[in-house]
Design a protein around this ligand. Structure first.
Ligand code: NAD
Length: 298
């Protein structure tokens, strides 16, 4: 069994980005600059944003963390996004989700200049992804593609089973794996909460991507011998014996599934780290777009 170690694969991506930043600075150019907006004080969101900012610093990117009160009016958040859209010093913008209920996530996502949409959630980015055009790929599916590439996992002609159809993970993942890409060309089955025969379908999967948010849902009896298993799930499960009072669990029962899988990602230390790598690559891409004069177009 091969452990698909996110530390190793993400470090390789970050080293290459570090070299690029170093070269930019040597050429007297500024480093790419990511702006992250965090609304409220959700614990998990705080952790994710802190990690994004820390990773930017680590590779020499600039970053700005903009904090807003939980009770912020939608209009004020939108104004902040317009301001960042028009700020030539900002290359990429992300708004950490989820947002408080009184704010429309769709409106917020659509307010971001598509040329700075490093999360790849804007309908223009999604449309381009579907058509196989160059665009920002949502960071988690992008990170998974980078991981498949790093560990040279063969995907062509394989049957990939994706569990979960969210806009941020499952659906874009199914599009990428079915696209005519080096690590695509799979036959994809996209499963969701209304899929009646999930176990049967999973047993046919050469590759399983579990992105449903149910701790240890995928058990050994759902997995074919030799399958590649990618665990996207991150759920905080209460555990009074843990220092923080909770443990992070993936969507795959790692101990039992790893005895059947030919390759598997751990949680933590797998896809989460690759998500950051995907975001950093998108930020560099946004920087490149700006250099081509596209960054300021609406
Ligand atoms: P979501 O809640 O938006 O979507 C979950 C999907 O799973 C839905 O499409 C639903 O139909 C499907 N689903 C739910 N129960 C199911 C069941 N019993 N059988 C089949 N399908 C079922 O979640 P999301 O935002 O896509 O996130 C999924 C998981 O991935 C969560 O644990 C989340 O925390 C994690 N996540 C991790 C990363 C990372 O970087 N590793 C990034 C994003 C999300």
């Amino acid at each position: 069994m091969m452990l698909l170690d996110g530390k190793i694969a993400s470090q390789a991506v970050k080293e290459s980005l570090k070299t690029t930043v170093h070269q930019l600075l040597m050429d007297g150019k500024p480093a790419p600059h990511l702006a992250a907006i965090l609304v409220g004080t959700n614990g998990a969101s705080e952790t994710y944003v802190a990690s994004k900012v820390k990773n930017c610093e680590e590779i020499g990117f600039r970053s700005s963390l903009i904090r807003m009160e939980e009770s912020i009016e939608e209009a004020l958040l939108l104004d902040k996004i317009y301001e960042l859209n028009n700020d030539a010093a900002i290359d990429g913008i992300l708004v950490q989700l989820p947002l408080p209920k009184h704010i429309s996530e769709a409106k917020v996502i659509e307010a971001i200049n598509p040329a700075k949409d490093v999360d790849g959630f804007h309908p223009i980015s999604v449309g381009k992804l579907v058509q196989g055009l160059e665009t920002f790929i949502p960071a988690t599916p992008y990170g998974i593609m980078l991981m498949l590439e790093h560990f040279n996992i063969e995907t062509k002609g394989k049957h990939a089973v994706v569990i979960g159809r969210s806009n941020i993970v499952g659906r874009p993942m199914s599009i990428l794996l079915s696209s005519n890409l080096k690590h695509g060309n799979c036959t994809v089955t996209l499963c969701h909460s209304h899929t009646p025969n999930l176990k049967e379908i999973c047993l046919q999967g050469d590759i399983i991507i579990a992105a449903l948010g149910r701790p240890e849902f995928v058990k050994a009896d759902m997995v074919k011998e030799g399958a590649v298993v990618i665990d996207v799930g991150i759920t905080r499960v209460e555990d009074p014996t843990a220092k923080k009072g909770f443990r992070i669990k993936g969507d795959v029962a790692f101990d039992e599934v790893s005895t059947k899988a030919s390759a598997i990602t751990p949680v933590p230390g797998g896809v989460g780290l690759m998500t950051i790598a995907g975001l950093l690559k998108n930020t560099l891409q946004a920087y490149g777009l700006k250099a081509e004069g596209l960054g300021q177009k609406a």
